[in-house]
Design a protein around this ligand. Structure first.
Ligand code: NI
Length: 156
C-alpha cells in the first residue's frame, strides 16, 4: 500500500462523473488500500477515488469507528437535517456550513464485492453524502451557506 497524491479543487478530475466498479481486481484492491492510507495520513474522515485521480465509484470513510469501504454506493433513504461545518481534503485549510440529512441509509459493496447496507447519523451521514457527491463530480463548496472560512489556525 502506498500514499497517493490528493487532487486539489480546480483539478478537472474532481468535476467528472465516476464509473461503476464491475470487478474487484488486484488493482482495485490496491486502490482501496492506498485510499485508506492516504485518508489516514491526511487525518481525513473520508476520501473518494476521484480525489486521487481515479474515476471509479469507490469511497472510504472513517468517522472514528473503523474503516468503511463503499464500492458502487447508493443512498436508499435520507431523513432529517443537520447544518454544520464541512471540509474536504481537496480544499485544505477551508471549511464551510453545509446542510445535509441527519440520517442516511445506503447500500454498497465492500472490498470483497459483498453487498451491505449501512445506516448513519450525524457525522457519518454527512460523510456518506459528501463522499458520494464526489462520485458525481461535486464538491461541498457548491452547497456552502455563506462564506468559506479558514481553518489553518485551528487545531482540527
Ligand atoms: Ni471531499
Amino acid at each position: 500500500m502506498a500514499l497517493r497524491d490528493i487532487r486539489i479543487q480546480g483539478d478537472p478530475v474532481l468535476e467528472k462523473k465516476c464509473k461503476e466498479v464491475t470487478e474487484m481486481t488486484p488493482r482495485m484492491k490496491e486502490l482501496v488500500g492506498d485510499m485508506l492510507d492516504t485518508m489516514y495520513e491526511a487525518n481525513g474522515v473520508g476520501l473518494a477515488a476521484p480525489q486521487v485521480g481515479i474515476l471509479k465509484r469507490v469511497v472510504v470513510i472513517d468517522v472514528g469507528e473503523g474503516p468503511i469501504v463503499m464500492v458502487n454506493p447508493v443512498i436508499l433513504e435520507v431523513s432529517g437535517e443537520q447544518t454544520g461545518n464541512e471540509g474536504c481534503l481537496s480544499l485544505p485549510g477551508k471549511a464551510g456550513q453545509v446542510t445535509r440529512p441527519n440520517y442516511v441509509k445506503a447500500r454498497a459493496y465492500d472490498e470483497n464485492m459483498t453487498l451491505f447496507e449501512i445506516e448513519g447519523t450525524e457525522l457519518l451521514a454527512r460523510a456518506i453524502c459528501h463522499e458520494l457527491d464526489h462520485l458525481e463530480g461535486h464538491m461541498y463548496t457548491e452547497k456552502v451557506e455563506g462564506q468559506l472560512i479558514d481553518t489553518d489556525s485551528e487545531e482540527e
